[in-house]
Design a protein around this ligand. Sequence first.
Ligand code: ADP
Ligand code: MG
Length: 586
Amino acid sequence: MSRTRVVLGVFLAFILVAPLVLPAFHVTLLNYIGLYGIVALGLVLLTGVGGLTSFGQAAFVGMGAYTTAYLTTVYGVSPWLTLLAGLALTFAVSFFLGFISLRLSGHYLPLGTIAWGISLYYLFGNMEFLGGHNGISSIPAINFFGLALDSARKFDYLIWTLTLLALLSIHNLLDSRSGRAIRALKGGGQMAESFGVDTARMKIIIFVYAALLASMSGWLYAHLLRFVNPTPFSINAGIEYLFMAVVGGAASVWGAVVGAGILTILKQWLQDLLPKLLGQSGNFEMIVFGVLLVLLLQRAREGVMPLVLRYFRAPRRPLPAAAQVLPQRTRPAAGETLLELRGTRKAFGGLVAVNDLSFAMSSGEILGLIGPNGAGKSTVFDLVTGMLALTGGEVHFRGERIDILSARAIVPRGLARTFQHVHLLPAMSVLENVAIGAHLRGSKGVISAALRLERTEEAMLLAEAARQLERVGLAASMHEQAGSLALGQQRILEIARALCADPVLLLLDEPAAGLRYREKRALAELLRKLKSEGMSILLVEHDMDFVMKLVDRLVVMDFGEKLAEGMPQAIQANPVVLEAYLGGVK
Ligand code: ADP
Ligand code: MG
């Protein structure tokens, strides 16, 4: 049995036996760790994985707690129904708040969460019908099939069942098509978008997911204490929840439970110890907390989980067997006009990066797009793939105007790209990175992922990623971390990822940059093979040797304009080109 399973087994046994044998005080601590762990879990998803910082989670905890407190005491509604009511209310409010706040970028998002965190806190305190600052008492116990959960010991099982279910759901979610999209939000949003991920939607989803978990924790809290007042839902609590998520770290969902555990126990211990040491009472633990957090963030930015995980071998699961292969799109006939730029223009303020550029390429062709640095080649890629909006002109693909479409709508039409500066997720495996390319070839969402109902599709997506890695000759590195690959291999990874989108036109931005001689030869061979399989390629590359041997035709750009177009030999002999471009090189 693996070490992971042993530890997991011991932990589950502990959770099962603990309420029966531990002293009451420790059972209470355990209850709180579970309650806080659920909220921190949402934050691991939202902040740790998704990169969206929220200080306002305590307000959602309050929403769940107050909804049940009010409905059970005033209307006598069953707590199980008030759980649903609290979740529904939280869903509506968090969707609305997420919709507004997530448009804020950089520091404005955390500031926004502080703002509504504080507002909701004062709302709880100032609402007459919610008991003002005195709160609501006499909340009934939860009844579980006739068993009243009226003691901390009995309640512990409910808390930990829900904590473990929440943990499992997020663990499942992160290990899926949607999970890869979520993990790409931090540091790879633009790349993900270019493979069809709706990043704005993904952000809202994790925001709402985290809020729902917080609300569920609040429901539990209200029925454990049988009393609520606004204090535990203040911005201070929001900061503590964030502490927990950061201390635990995002390397594993267990970080949430570990973080909640460390902070809860430490706080209790310091609360007992510090007044004795200092000879006076006060909230000294918060000061020590602050210092510890700064130290931790200096020593271990990723939280404590990576240190813990070092003792466990990373599970290297074999690829699941896929029942079928993903369907492929119909290929255009060779020679058919594939891509056409008509007077395409892009201005960045006063700088015209692409100046009324027109050219066309047909299916089955490798077209080289060359020109000095700053000529506008990468900008052309951004315009064609919809990552930038045109200032003027049109782009047509397979007879359809695509410059009016979003990047997400363009990929499924059969266009995929690599980036001049590699855009990959270094902590994710090579296989998972490549599978992002197939995002739009799957359709299963967050809920089926959390419930593990998408395994057939997931197996097909991973099998496709493995097949493309095989195709580019990188299959041996499939399970390695993408960040550990050499630059040349990272570029090849990007080609495999683009191939995963099942493109008919591949746009490669300087794929040979940083490659050694033999790697370049292998790359040229790969591109020839792809061409022989019917792939069309638009290739930006500086290595003239590489380009001239490979391409059918060339378009030369300088200062955003087309300087020349033609066969490699003609271009090499063209005096204008020699003057402007090759002249400087040779
Ligand atoms: P190339 O890929 O041919 O080296 P680029 O397309 O990257 O050239 O850049 C063309 C010109 O546009 C350069 O002068 C560059 O500085 C400018 N440029 C590119 N992207 C932006 C941007 N997002 N904002 C402002 N200027 C840009
Ligand atoms: Mg470039």
